[in-house]
Design a protein around this ligand. Structure first.
Ligand code: ADP
Length: 384
């Protein structure tokens, strides 16, 4: 039986995974260049080194019985080799990472498998964007760098008559994508066991800060009709099935104005849109991944209680040591759970923690979240 899990990356997702693993006394070793990364405090062991370096990954594989990851942007080639040589079990497989690391390959994968997604064209840096947009009759489209974008960085909405504003900034391989008039953005967390059994969590609705393109609030269950819910879950499950590898996946979806559900992108790991599962579901997304990695039975994804999750982001115009200002007020309310990730310094829009709010109904949870939100303030650290 595997008992030591290696996690590539030591951020908050790794940390929350380890919190759940500790309940079962499962050991976790992380690889992260930062000795003070969020997961370092509770990991049994830490390979301190860049996850972009082969030596770090080889050392992690040596210390662990199997590997998973909490971030996609990792050095893939050594993992593919170690997997082929039978020296490491990576879940989800390296092939999954190969597809999701590149937004172009991801879109082609969706198209090849007949999974609904916004129309797109792959472009090189200096492609004829105007020609493409004209041929497609796109007045507006979205350009995404194929590699290394995250949390909205490397994504821009472009109007065909304003191409000159962005063309230079995107002189790299990119995906040009039809602009989707979104009614809502949704997410479904899907788990797949080693034997191919699949389960899905209730659909969540993500609400964004349009400035930073970051999720600021998430609701579960999503406020959508039963037909849309079924469509979203079915599409997410089919998407994960197509990858053919065990693991836990987040499938981000668009619900467009005509009621169509489209896949936006896939993250083959625990996800921001699943934080609420820690308190609101029978089995959290992190425990579910643990069960999948260790070949244990999958856990119920049932919702115990409606939830709203608020991201705690570093404020604009401030970098440095910080405190959460809301303990007195937030912890005075029933059903409010604060998670701080232990990052040493705040930076604008950096994810520093989150707050989950539970209530009997989504409406009440939204009201309570509105009451908590003014207290969800990150302030500069002070000894006073
Ligand atoms: P990231 O990997 O940085 O999260 P995404 O591809 O998810 O990038 O895009 C970030 C956000 O940009 C999405 O959540 C959505 O709000 C918006 N967006 C992305 N693609 C489209 C699209 N085709 N149409 C409309 N909005 C989009």
């Amino acid at each position: 039986m595997h008992r030591c899990i290696g996690i590539i990356g030591g951020g908050q997702l790794g940390r929350m995974f380890i919190e759940e693993a500790l309940r079962y006394s499962v050991r976790c070793v992380i690889a992260d260049a930062d000795p003070d990364c969020p997961a370092a405090l509770i990991a049994h062991d830490h390979v301190i080194g860049s996850i972009a370096k082969e030596a770090t990954l080889v050392e992690l594989a040596r210390r662990a019985d199997l590997l998973t990851y909490e971030i996609e942007h990792i050095f893939l080639e050594p993992l593919i080799r170690l997997e082929q040589e039978g020296k490491v079990r990576l879940i989800p497989s390296a092939r999954v990472l190969e597809v999701v690391q590149d937004k172009g390959k991801q879109k082609e994968f969706l198209r090849q498998h007949g999974l609904a997604t916004a129309d797109f064209v792959l472009a090189d840096g200096k492609s004829d964007w105007k020609g493409i947009a004209t041929a497609k009759r796109w007045e507006r489209f979205v350009v995404k760098t194929r590699r290394h974008g995250y949390d909205g960085r490397g994504v821009a909405v472009v109007r065909s008559n304003e191409l000159h504003l962005v063309e230079d900034a995107f002189d790299v391989p990119a995906v040009l994508e039809e602009y989707v008039e979104c009614d809502k953005e949704l997410s479904v967390i899907v788990g797949r066991s080693g034997s191919g059994e699949m389960i899905a969590y209730p659909v969540v609705e993500m609400q964004f800060d349009p400035r930073a393109n970051l999720v600021t609030q998430l609701l579960c269950p999503a406020q959508i009709d039963a037909g849309t819910e079924q469509q979203a879950v079915a599409l997410a499950v089919e998407t994960v099935r197509a990858f053919g590898s065990p693991g836990l996946y987040a499938v981000e979806l668009f619900l467009d104005r005509s009621g169509r559900v489209l896949v936006n992108e896939i993250a083959p790991r625990p996800h921001n849109s699943g934080h609420h599962t820690l308190e609101a579901c029978y089995t959290s997304q992190y425990e579910q991944l643990l069960r999948i990695l260790l070949g244990w039975p999958l856990g119920s994804t049932g919702l115990l209680c409606p939830a709203v999750m608020i991201n705690l982001l570093g404020p604009e115009g401030f970098s440095g040591p910080y405190d959460f200002a809301g303990y007195d007020k937030a912890l005075n309310m029933e059903g409010v759970y604060v998670h701080m990730y232990g990052k040493k310094e705040s930076r604008p829009m950096r994810k520093l923690g989150h707050v989950t709010v539970l209530a009997d109904s989504v409406e009440k949870a939204l009201q309570k979240a509105a009451a908590v939100r003014p207290h969800c303030v990150i302030k500069p650290f002070s000894n006073e």
